[in-house]
Design a protein around this ligand. Structure first.
Ligand SMILES: [Zn+2]
Length: 375
């Protein structure tokens, strides 16, 4: 069972499932967001191998958003087109138009900047061949030829939980991957409301108990593992970097390109002078620092072609880039900070000791593979 954003901090604070799942380990998150954590979990490989980090990367030649140049959506009233709901509907139209099967959202990306970027999750990463040429969880299961169920991430989590419980109740599967993402959205808004978090977690705890009971009644032997991708860090402050870079008067797409994720800003430079002027602004940023080559290597994001940016500025824990390309406003909680920070840590909770305790979220893959092959 995957619970997005079930961090080690809240697990311990609330004693989440401590009776039912006594084998418990903090796990180092993959640097980045769920967009890179999920491919890492589903393949056991680093971003340099599966090539998923943040959603957007500079690639004007292959950009599926070239159409935005003609549509001139940037001239439409921002008060309408910056609304989340309107952008969500627009995202669905684009997704259908291009036949994208992956998770696709425009977020708050400015329409006039979109034609400079490509999007890394065009394919459904959970489906067979979704991370080709790498092998993913679905490929493993198909190869093993055992009956399995991987939840459809497009469905609401209530549906996914019900569907998994039904499959366990009639003993029709040998492996299940239950995907839930409701906690992530909840914690983005309410991480600081301890009472509300406790109530939300109690709901998940009940679902875990139901699943365990169903497994006990229908299987001679089973392993239940609850896994997560990262934690959630309460808001501590904001950083208006995008506004300050815009004010330099450089031309986007000609002098430089940038993506402002919630906790990091990624830059591509097209002239030495643009680089110099931007680097000056970045150096003056008090609540963020540039990733060093050693850190990029450690996080598995040392792309030889700088696919996701030549320079990456990472905010200190709790600081959000506002306004940014992912959101125009600050949220109560965010993730995507240093994997070493305590609030970043993910969790592995199980009814049974793992063969090797997972240290990094990518280690779940080897554990799943062992269960699938029956070793
Ligand atoms: Zn999130």
């Amino acid at each position: 069972m995957f619970i997005d954003a079930l961090g080690w901090e809240i697990v311990n604070k609330h004693g989440f499932c401590d009776q039912e799942l006594p084998c418990r380990y903090p796990v180092r998150m993959q640097f980045g967001y769920s967009s890179t954590a999920l491919p890492t979990i589903l393949s056991g490989r680093k971003p340099t191998a599966h090539k998923h980090l943040s959603f957007y990367y500079y690639n004007p030649e292959k950009s599926p958003f070239k159409i935005f140049r003609c549509l001139m959506l940037q001239y439409l009233p921002g008060r309408i087109f910056n609304r989340w709901r309107v952008r969500h509907i627009l995202s669905r139209i684009i997704k259908k138009l291009y036949g994208f099967t992956g998770y696709f959202e425009l977020y708050s990306m400015p329409f006039d900047r979109l034609p400079f970027f490509d999007y890394c999750e065009k394919k459904d990463i959970f489906a067979a061949g979704g991370l080709a040429p790498l092998e993913n969880l679905c490929d493993l299961l198909k190869e093993a030829g055992i009956p399995y169920l991987i939840s459809d991430w497009r469905q609401p989590e209530e549906y996914n939980i019900r569907q998994m419980r039904a499959a366990v109740n009639d003993g029709s599967i040998e492996f299940g991957f239950l995907y839930t993402a409701g906690l992530d959205g909840f914690l983005h808004d309410r991480i600081s409301d301890s009472g509300a978090v406790a109530r939300k977690l109690a709901g998940y705890e009940q679902e875990v108990k139901n699943l365990l009971r169903a497994a006990e009644n229908n299987y001679d032997d089973f392993t239940f593992a609850l896994i997560s991708d990262h934690g959630m860090t309460p808001l501590r402050g904001t950083c208006d970097l995008k506004t300050r870079i815009d004010r330099l008067g450089l031309k986007f797409g000609k002098d430089y390109a940038a993506v402002y994720d919630s906790t990091m800003a990624r830059f591509w430079f097209f002239s030495p002078s643009a680089r110099l002027r931007i680097m000056e602004v970045l150096a003056g940023e008090k609540n963020a620092r540039l990733l060093t080559p050693a850190q990029k290597q450690e996080y598995g994001i040392d792309f030889p072609d700088n696919m996701f940016g030549e320079e990456i500025l990472l905010c200190d824990p709790g600081i959000q880039i506002v306004p940014g390309d992912m959101s125009l406003r600050a949220l109560a909680g965010m993730h995507g900070y240093s994997p070493g920070d305590k609030d970043s840590r993910a969790s592995y909770l199980s009814n049974r000791e793992p063969v090797r305790p997972p240290e990094w979220v990518g280690d779940y893959f080897a554990l799943m593979r062992e269960r699938i092959s029956g070793n």
